[in-house]
Design a protein. Structure first.
Length: 146
């Protein structure tokens, strides 16, 4: 048995391999165990489990990078529909459809920056009405809650 592999033989005769992969919301390490009948089997299972978790994490990161503003907006609106008054929800939908989605709809979330959002708000505060005349909304921060 090599040192540092966290593989041991249990009292019941099985072999156990333990490994840490990530941390929970409170900062505690997430410890996982795999079991087998032999040292070699448990070592192989441990490596397969680590590889699987790593691949899952990479896939999640790839999916998050590809997520567009539109996808996130739809989830956000669905949540807002449950927690705000119907009139507020309708206002949010209006602002999204008429002002925000035409600009940000297909933009990947990973490409959105504070600088880009500030430029968008400045543009809307100077010339944001749908007819092209003047600012919209009257208060430039009226779009911020959305």
């Amino acid at each position: 048995m090599k040192h540092g592999e966290n593989i041991r033989k249990r009292k019941d005769g099985r072999w156990e391999a333990r490994y840490t992969f990530g941390y929970d919301d409170k900062g505690k390490p997430q410890v996982y165990s795999v079991y087998g009948k032999s040292y070699k089997e448990v070592k192989r299972k441990k490596q397969e489990s680590l590889d699987s978790r790593t691949n899952d994490r990479h896939e999640t990161i790839r999916r998050e990078r590809k997520a567009s503003f539109l996808m996130v907006e739809q989830e956000w609106l669905a949540f807002q529909q449950m927690v705000v008054k119907p009139s507020t929800y309708m206002r949010y939908c209006e602002l999204m459809d008429n002002h925000i989605l035409p600009h940000w709809g297909n933009c990947p979330i990973s490409m959105m920056t504070t600088q880009g959002i500030n430029a968008f708000l400045l543009k809307k505060s100077i010339n944001g009405r749908l007819d092209g005349k003047g600012d919209y909304p009257p208060n430039p921060f009226g779009i911020l809650p959305v």
